[in-house]
Design a protein. Structure first.
Lengths: 112, 115
């Protein structure tokens, strides 16, 4: 499949462990954030979003944490499975803008 | 409900040619955005269309253009192709666009190779 990034940061975890993927965003005025997962040969897939008036949001096996003080976003994946192997992107929306700005991505690999 | 579809999936062109890519959004979605993805620059926003109007534009030269039809299907065109235009071009649809905070649903992309 297509390579989405040749020099992405890589996180390797054991199957069953929890994964934490971090993202530093750029604009203190951003008001909406999304995490996407991209598997080889596919387009990005929505995982979870969070608005700037929240600091935590939980989904199924995933939690997003937002720290506006240091402009930091994290994605926690519980009980990581082989199917979680992918590149993960954070994206921010500048307040009032109609576009998303994506981070460079992190490649998550799962060790059996 | 069918997902976002993009055609063609793969395309090879030579420098100086022009290309048109097509995107069919999820039924009922009125917003279509286009992104370029390369290993060096990552995912970069090209433009967004909503109800046949370009609502926002990224920092790309005028060689990159698009349009949206009344059925919400969208096309993007790149004229006078350059080697650096080789990339995965992704289309994303959403019900109302980012103004409403809705997530975007991406298609599988069109892999363009310029030789």
């Amino acid at each position: 499949g297509e390579s989405v990034g040749l020099h992405l940061p890589t996180l390797s975890v054991q199957e069953g462990d929890n994964s934490i993927i971090n993202c530093a965003y750029s604009n203190s005025a951003s008001d909406y954030f999304i995490w996407y997962k991209q598997e080889s040969g596919k387009g990005p897939q929505f995982i979870i979003d969070i608005r700037s008036n929240m600091d935590k949001r939980q989904g199924q096996r995933v939690t997003v944490l937002l720290n506006k003080t240091v402009k930091h976003l994290s994605l926690q994946i519980a009980a990581t499975q082989p199917g979680d192997s992918a590149v993960y992107f954070c994206a921010e929306r500048y307040q009032g803008a109609q576009k998303l700005v994506f981070g460079q991505g992190t490649r998550l690999t799962i060790n059996p | 409900k069918a997902g976002v579809t993009q055609t063609p999936r793969y395309l090879i062109k030579t420098r100086g040619q022009q290309v048109t890519l097509s995107c069919s959004p999820i039924s009922g979605h009125r917003s279509v955005s286009w992104y370029q993805q390369t290993p060096g620059q990552g995912l970069q926003f090209l433009f967004e269309y909503f109800s046949e109007t370009q609502r926002n534009k990224g920092n790309f030269p005028g060689r990159f253009s698009g349009r949206q039809f009344s059925n919400s299907r969208s096309e993007m065109n790149v004229s006078t192709l350059e080697l650096g235009d080789s990339a995965l071009y992704l289309c994303a649809s959403s019900p109302q666009g980012l103004a409403g905070g809705y997530e975007q649903y991406f298609g599988p992309g069109t892999r363009l190779t310029v030789t």
